[in-house]
Design a protein around this ligand. Structure first.
Ligand code: SF4
Length: 447
């Protein structure tokens, strides 16, 4: 029997691991629970319900989830613990067997969390697992984060049909699908009305937008570029083979899309890209970087690389290093390969030992710092408009330019969520940001 009072005076705590998509989804879950009077705990408060939105991109991610669930036991001893997300979808029994877990919800069930909570809290003898087989995961559910005053993550696409040999995401999030353009534009208008100035488009394979609605990503970008009140849109990550010249030309002349690209390379060796079953080679990747810099010379280009994937010999790794050296990119995001159950990569014989993985990861981290410094040096003395963010420590505050130059300055409440013109200064590695000189507003000069 469902008890309608079951949510009364309940408080919830939220934990998110993994990608921006997960943050958007947790935020939407929080909005759903708040609509039923279940408010978010303040720092130090004990929660009645804990929601954990998990990631399973590597075995380290799984470990972090297990550690977090144990920690929740201590922080919220009586809480009803719900675990959802990719780890829950991929290994439901393993998650359900972790002490303290009360309910495990799969990718399809995440959006109906209120129903499952009401059923479970009304009937303690009820079920512990609600999971659909991945083949049944085909509905697109909307999500948009509204926790930050400056930036919002807008989910535009979900799932993936690529099946790269090292990746489990298609098994956790299902087939590629996306929202309707008119619904996403309406969501962006809503976000603008809330005072947020920047929207980051998120998804699993954003470039594949349109697969379930018979249109293309460029159609969405053109529609969003007309949304008043949003100063900037960023595309969170896009596959190189889906980053068309049409999109690049559009971003270069658009009103609101930032010259900031995040492109997964994964390896700079064509042999390894073939083993990964990636849909491009190094020549295509280099041509995209070249095109971006041709159209937007000051663009920021962040690149994902995986080290130590099966088949990556020393020779192939050297190819990766020299290829990256040759690229005019701004930063690397370096990931260490980990074996994932059910992936094709496990059939590749050549295994890279832990020591080599660590050595390769360190070498690329150093290369990344070099690229970032070169990028920041190229920005020194340039005039930029910075969108300042709320600061947690109240000492320093940070903000970003459209081309992702991170600046810092002493905390000033009046700067939060506001745009300020400044001259970019020098890079300070202790805060991983550059100093700046504030410029008077244009209208002040004209007076
Ligand atoms: S494109 Fe490849 S790496 Fe990215 S989510 Fe899809 S299968 Fe995984």
């Amino acid at each position: 029997m469902i008890d309608s009072q079951v949510f009364e005076n309940k408080k919830a705590a939220y934990y998110t691991l993994g990608c921006k998509l997960n943050y958007a989804e947790t935020s939407t879950i929080g909005q759903q629970l708040a609509s039923e009077g279940i408010h978010k705990v303040e720092a130090g408060e004990i929660a009645d319900i804990c929601i954990v939105n998990t990631c399973s991109v590597t075995d380290v991610a799984d470990k972090k989830c297990r550690y977090l669930i144990r920690k929740i036991q201590k922080d919220h001893p009586k809480a009803f613990v719900v675990v959802t997300g990719c780890y829950a979808q991929l290994k439901p029994q393993e998650v359900a067997s972790i002490e303290g877990v009360d309910l495990v919800l799969g990718t399809n069930q995440k959006i109906d969390i209120l129903l499952h909570l009401r059923l479970s809290l009304s009937d303690k003898q009820g079920y512990k697992l609600a999971i659909s087989p991945v083949k049944d995961i085909c509905d697109f559910t909307h999500s948009c984060s509204q926790d930050y005053r400056t930036r919002s993550f807008l989910k535009v696409q979900d799932g993936c049909d690529y099946y790269c040999t090292y990746c489990t995401i298609p098994f956790a999030r299902g087939r590629s699908r996306n929202g309707k353009i008119e619904d996403l534009v309406a969501k962006a208008v809503e976000v603008a009305a809330s005072g947020v100035k920047e929207i980051v488009l998120t998804g699993v394979n954003i470039g594949d937008f349109g697969r379930s609605t018979d249109n293309k990503l460029i159609d969405l970008l053109i529609a969003l570029d007309e949304v008043d009140g949003i100063e900037r849109f960023r595309i969170s990550s896009i596959e190189p083979n889906l980053l068309t010249d049409e999109i690049l030309n559009f971003v270069a002349q658009s009103k609101r899309f930032a010259p900031h690209f995040h492109i997964p390379l994964q390896s700079g060796s064509d042999s390894v890209l073939t083993l990964m079953r990636r849909k491009y080679d190094t020549a295509l990747f280099a041509s995209k970087v070249y095109k971006i810099k041709e159209l937007m010379p000051e663009a920021f280009i962040g690149v994902d690389v995986i080290v130590g994937v099966r088949g990556e010999t020393e020779e192939y790794f050297e190819q990766t290093c020299s290829f990256i050296e040759s690229l005019q990119i701004s930063q690397l995001h370096v990931f260490t390969y980990s074996e994932r159950e059910g992936t094709q990569a496990l059939k590749i014989e050549h295994v890279v030992d832990v020591k080599s993985k660590q050595k390769r990861s360190k070498r690329l981290a150093i290369l990344s710092e070099k690229k970032l410094l070169a990028f920041y040096n190229s920005q020194e003395g340039r005039e930029k408009t910075i969108l300042f963010e709320h600061s947690s420590d109240g000492e320093l505050m940070f903000g970003f330019s459209d081309n992702y130059v991170k600046v810092y300055c002493p905390y000033d409440e009046s700067f939060v969520n506001s745009l300020k013109r400044c001259v970019v200064g020098t890079y300070d590695s202790s805060v991983s940001a550059v100093s700046m000189i504030l410029l008077p507003r244009k209208e002040e000069i004209e007076l």
